[in-house]
Design a binder for this molecule. Structure first.
Ligand SMILES: C[S@@+](CC[C@H](N)C(=O)[O-])C[C@H]1O[C@@H](n2cnc3c(N)ncnc32)[C@H](O)[C@@H]1O
Length: 535
């Protein structure tokens, strides 16, 4: 065949546009006739290529082929010699007939038929499908009974009568997959959260190996409106390993997502709303001690405007601000090279870059009377419109800062996986009285650890070392990855990180009270944690 795939694609788009135009919206709704945008089809097939061994030949199936967006993308991504068979099924001759002519002699067999009535043969290595989105109200009872029976036979799925046609397509196609075959389904993400999606989720967890779910960002306009609530679900026709992680991605494209996170199937099995991933902070923690058993974790201060509320020594001098309203604050992590922040006799950090937080806790009258220079400085803030900004506006008075004592340990929670130190997250021991802004997570000992530290203040060094020994993998597993390899840990995510080493360390100390609590802790059931026991 000499015709180039780009020429086919051009003709296909002409057919798609003209055939769409000849139908009303209602007609297209009836059979779920909304084609996949070419860029998305290409993105999906490029991703498929990452899941298939490079030398493997492919038998391809699209059970709802329309004009062949996926076949066209398949041909752009895979060399033709690797595609040993390609079958597309289309119910509607309005799209099917011109597509049959278009793809004649191209290597694609386009069958005009109802996929749900076709006899399955388990020979296909790659199934990619954007199935018709037809709501259950448009399926007759008779139709539902037939589909339910056949889907159960093909896949074991027990589909709810409230589920749309796409769930039956997914289940029916199981019997078309060769062992080890890969499938990618562009489907509404609603199945991830609603009750009638349960059968699909069970199938994905129990019958096959779920690999990856990508969801589009509703704020992202690059794909047509119809796709904003869609997900691409990838799985392999292989029994699931006893425990494995599934990649959840969000936003951007399938190949270049904005957020990436691995979620263990053990968590998916107990979570009813899968769309919480990858963004949710509330990952169920590992069964065992976690950092939240020992530390309360909050983000550092959101000052409202760091350029106004955080001042250098020179600025303090220039404005002649009183020491009474200033507190030392750590500079951003990029200016903190050491992992221990030593302090002078006054509690100021011994750092090259010394900064102060304007932390005013006296009334405006008192400021006016006692500190006219401070009054003048605050006035410049007002003139800059700070009072009206979101954070300041919600405080009273607008310049008041939240109370955030100096944390004993701070964690840098944004970083690149490829940073020189190999770990995007650092735990820094803060021996000074400096507080922190929100470029850090602030860690405060909870009762259990506080009691141990009260008896043995030197213990904090060992605690800090134990934190720094937590592997990058463990931290990254709880956190999330943004486009470009930026890793981030939210407070709850850090709280859920396994802290077995820390527990052993504290358990090793013979504080009888702590030992007792630890005994309960060892025998804890379900999600019980030390913090529950102590607080
Ligand atoms: C969402 S469109 C996707 C078309 C194409 N695969 C794409 O991605 O652009 C779904 C297609 O499935 C077809 N269809 C609907 N019910 C079908 C059925 N029972 N069997 C086969 N095709 C069906 C529709 O006519 C439509 O062309």
């Amino acid at each position: 065949m000499s015709k180039k795939i780009s020429a086919f694609e051009k003709e296909r788009l002409v057919i798609q546009t003209s055939r769409d135009a000849e139908k009303t919206q209602a007609e297209r709704n009836r059979l779920g006739q909304f084609a996949t945008p070419p860029a998305l089809a290409l993105d999906i097939l490029k991703f498929a290529a990452t899941l298939i061994p490079t030398k493997k030949n492919i038998k391809f199936l699209d059970p709802a082929i329309g004009t062949g967006a996926f076949y066209s993308a398949l041909r752009s991504v895979f060399p033709q010699r690797r595609i040993v068979e390609a079958l597309g099924i289309e119910i509607d001759e309005h799209y099917g007939t011109p597509s049959q002519h278009l793809w004649a002699d191209s290597g694609l067999t386009l069958r005009l038929a109802d996929f749900t009535r076709e006899t399955a043969s388990p020979e296909f290595d790659l199934i990619v499908c954007n199935p018709p989105y037809v709501r259950h109200h448009h399926l007759s009872l008779e139709e539902k009974i037939r589909l339910h029976r056949q889907t159960q036979k093909n896949s074991g799925m027990d589909i709810s009568g409230l589920a749309g046609l796409y769930t039956y397509f997914l289940g029916l196609s199981h019997a078309w997959m060769a062992p080890g075959a890969v499938a990618g389904w562009l489907i509404p993400s609603e199945f991830m959260d609603v009750n009638y999606g349960r059968a699909v989720k069970h199938y994905l967890l129990d019958r096959v190996t779920l690999l990856h779910i990508h969801r589009f960002d509703p704020n992202d306009v690059q794909f047509a409106d119809a796709l904003v609530s869609s997900a691409i679900v990838w799985f392999r026709n292989a029994p699931p390993p006893p425990e494995h992680n599934v990649m959840f991605t969000f936003g951007g494209t399938q190949v270049k997502p904005n957020v990436t996170r691995e979620i263990p199937t053990t968590i998916l099995a107990t979570e009813s709303k899968w769309t919480r991933f990858p963004l949710s902070e509330d990952m169920v923690p590992d069964f065992g001690p976690t950092i939240s058993d020992f530390f309360r974790i909050t983000r550092g201060l959101a000052t409202g405007d760091n350029s106004f509320f955080i001042l250098t020594e020179d600025q303090v001098k220039a404005h002649d601000l009183p020491a009474e309203v200033l507190r030392p604050i750590l500079p951003s992590p990029r200016y903190v090279y050491e992992d221990v922040i030593a302090s002078d006799a006054k509690g100021n950090p011994l750092l090259e870059r010394r900064l102060f937080l304007l932390d005013v806790r006296i009334s405006t009258n008192e400021i006016k009377n006692r500190f006219p220079k401070l009054h003048a400085y605050l006035k410049t803030g007002k003139e800059r419109g700070l009072e009206e900004r979101y954070i300041c506006k919600h405080r009273s008075p607008w310049y008041a800062q939240e109370k955030r004592p100096a944390p004993l340990i701070v964690c840098t929670y944004i970083g690149r996986g490829d940073s020189k130190r190999g770990n995007p997250f650092r735990f820094i021991l803060n021996e000074s009285c400096a507080t922190v802004a929100n470029s850090y997570l602030a860690m405060y000992p909870k009762q259990l650890l506080a009691a141990a530290l009260a008896k043995n203040p030197g213990l904090i060094r060992s605690v800090w070392q134990a934190l720094n020994k937590i592997s990058v993998e463990q931290l990254v597993r709880q956190g999330r990855v943004y486009g470009g390899g930026l890793h981030k840990l939210e407070p709850k995510e850090l709280a859920n990180v396994d802290a077995s080493e820390l527990a052993k360390l504290i358990q090793g100390l013979e504080h009888s009270g702590i030992m007792k609590q630890m005994e309960i802790f060892e025998g804890k059931a379900g999600h019980q944690t030390v913090s529950n026991l102590t607080s």
